[in-house]
Design a protein. Structure first.
Ligand code: ARG
Length: 585
């Protein structure tokens, strides 16, 4: 099924050819949703941009175009306004048939991609033995949603966790491990280091205070890199410990990832440097091998090189990313590489991509994109911290959201004089708490910082997860009250749109596929959130204005179908944000 905008575009394409000749095929009609419902549903603004090219006043062009535009089955007669806007209003009969079609479609009118591609989404990617912080939480939530949307469109998505599991800090950690748990390597298979982050801090303290220890740590790095068995085992132990801690968060948030950490690319690092050398891109600067690119400078305006091999022969973060990029293109066969990290890494990725491009590693048909995001701020507008000024542990943050959702829920249950089982309360509080955190993050344009507020994200009113979940619950409530089997009523009945609020809701329901196509292109999940928020809002207005169960037939069934379509759209849309719906709350 083609979206309305796609159908209109095809009609315009034909009109361009018929009105101005075949060389005009493929002209963009500049079709956008109308800014004001007064002017209809869509407007085509092409006449303005074509005026110069065709040497005619835009209004005359618009008239000529409209004369050849065959859209009577979709729209009312087009209206030309102002300098040459073409305003389009969808016909009620068209809306009714379209709704019937999406209602019979499991995908609600969202067609699978015509040319599915293999795409890598590199997200989450915390660092071993270090805190998984709120920045990683953002990456996890945004990356997962992007992956879900691409998967739903039928792409073959590789969800990669590029964990920081390599680097000189492991020398220090292993040396410290040998010191405090001398028999850890020979006896324990499930060593519990307790809190790995404080273990890291202790090791770091030891490292900073003792020169002899620093030397031991350096030797450990060399041994680890040389593949010494004991050192590898110690490294493994540390990784496993971290992995277990990360997994708790992933399980809680229902996140699936394939771990392919930095260490995976070790064997490919020398070739990266060699090939850059061969391509004539390397410059030696104080013993380090670098690539200088014009346009990249540091704060002082000095050229900012991308260092690929340090003077001691070691490789770094950028070298690994170059190797990973090549591997994903050449071995994985990916056509789109998506990297979800905080904005602070924008320069890093811009440099990595540019170097790879110059080295000829990015074929024409491959797209590489950095998907940056802003900071998570506390309610004081500063970086999110606990009351005592510590970094917030993710586990605590999620638990707190669940606890608060539970308190709200219990208060509501009491107020309404309901009785609910402990099991119900637990599961609903968990869903609401976690969805609230995910949605608060996703609903913001990721390019800006956002303020983390439990009160705001858990509010039943406003652009929040509970508000959307509630709209879904409302439909289920109607179903229970009227003893309706939504699956059965569909199919045999007709949709009839009469009231203004029905029309508004109907038009919105039909826009899902346009929204998904947009998110697929610009990777901004907040567009989907906004769409679902407006859907809930329009549904609530419809429900206030139009009786459903009490309506006469054939309205009753028609409205029940609108309710059902709203619920199904919410369920699908929320699932693409990684959020589960509730039948009751
Ligand atoms: N481990 C990095 C960090 O915590 C993020 C890695 C992102 N992915 C990548 N391919 N560089 O900042």
């Amino acid at each position: 099924m083609n979206s309305t905008i796609e159908q209109l575009k095809a009609r315009f394409d034909k009109a361009f050819i018929d009105a101005f000749g075949s060389e005009m095929a493929g002209t963009d009609p500049v079709l956008v949703p109308a800014t004001n419902p007064k002017f209809g549903d869509y407007q085509a603004n092409a006449a303005m941009s074509l005026a110069k090219k065709l040497g005619k006043p835009p209004r005359a062009l618009a008239e000529q175009l409209v004369k050849h535009l065959d859209i009577a089955d979709i729209c009312e007669p087009p209206q030309i306004a102002g300098p040459g806007f073409i305003n389009l209003t969808l016909k009620t009969a068209y809306l009714e048939t379209q709704l019937m079609a999406i209602q019979a479609d499991e995908r609600l009118g969202v067609a699978p991609a015509k040319t599915p591609k293999r795409q890598v989404v590199d997200f989450s990617s915390p660092n071993i033995a270090k805190e998984m912080h709120v920045g990683h939480l953002r990456s996890t939530i945004i990356g997962d949603s992007i992956a879900r949307i691409l998967e739903f469109r039928g792409h073959d998505v590789l969800r990669l966790n590029h964990v920081g599991d390599w680097g000189t800090q492991f020398g220090m950690l292993i040396a410290y491990l040998r010191e405090v748990y001398p028999d850890a390597l020979t006896t324990a298979n499930a060593l519990d280091l307790g809190d790995l982050v404080s273990f890291y801090k202790q090791a770091k303290k030891r490292f900073d205070e003792d020169e002899a220890f620093q030397e031991t740590a350096r030797k450990e790095v060399v041994k680890l890199q040389a593949g010494d068995e004991d050192s590898r085992r110690a490294w493994q132990l540390l990784c496993e410990q971290s992995r277990r801690e990360f997994q708790v968060i992933y399980d809680l948030l229902d996140i699936k990832l394939i771990e392919r950490g930095e260490s995976f690319y070790n064997p490919f690092l020398p070739a990266v440097v060699e090939d850059l050398e061969k391509a004539g891109l390397l410059v030696e600067d104080q013993g380090a091998k670098c690539v200088f690119l014009e346009g990249f400078t540091n704060k002082e305006g000095q050229p900012l090189p991308l260092i690929v091999q340090k003077s001691d022969g070691g490789y770094n973060y950028a070298t690994t990313d170059l190797a990973a990029l090549r591997y994903r293109i050449q071995q994985d066969g990916a056509k789109r590489l998506i990297y979800v990290t905080d904005m602070g890494q924008s320069t890093h990725f811009a440099q990595v991509f540019e170097v790879a491009k110059r080295a000829g590693w990015i074929p024409e048909d491959v797209e590489v994109v950095h998907v940056p995001f802003g900071l998570v701020l506390g309610e004081d507008g500063k970086k999110l911290k606990t009351r005592s000024g510590e970094t917030v542990r993710l586990r605590d943050l999620l638990d707190e959201a669940i606890a608060r959702a539970r308190a709200d829920l219990e208060a509501r249950i009491k107020e309404e004089g309901r009785f609910e089982t402990e099991e119900f309360i637990n599961s609903v509080a968990k869903t609401i708490g976690l969805s609230a955190v995910k949605y608060a993050d996703l609903s913001q344009n990721r390019n800006s910082n956002y303020i983390f507020s439990y009160d705001k994200m858990l509010d039943l009113k406003g652009n929040t997860a509970p508000y959307l979940l509630y709209a879904y619950v409302r439909v289920q409530g109607i179903g229970r009250k009227g003893d309706i089997d939504f699956e059965k009523i569909a199919g045999k009945a007709k949709i009839i749109l009469q009231e203004e609020s029905e029309m508004v809701l109907a038009k919105h329901l039909l826009q899902l596929s346009e929204v998904i196509a947009q998110v697929e292109a610009d990777l901004l999940p907040n567009r989907l959130c906004q769409y679902l928020y407006e859907l809930s809002d329009k549904f609530n207005k419809f429900y206030e204005q139009c009786p459903v169960l009490k309506a006469e037939e054939p309205q009753r069934t028609s409205r029940l179908i609108l309710c059902d379509l709203t619920a199904r759209t919410l369920k699908l849309g929320l699932s693409l944000l990684g959020i589960n719906v509730l039948e009751r709350m």
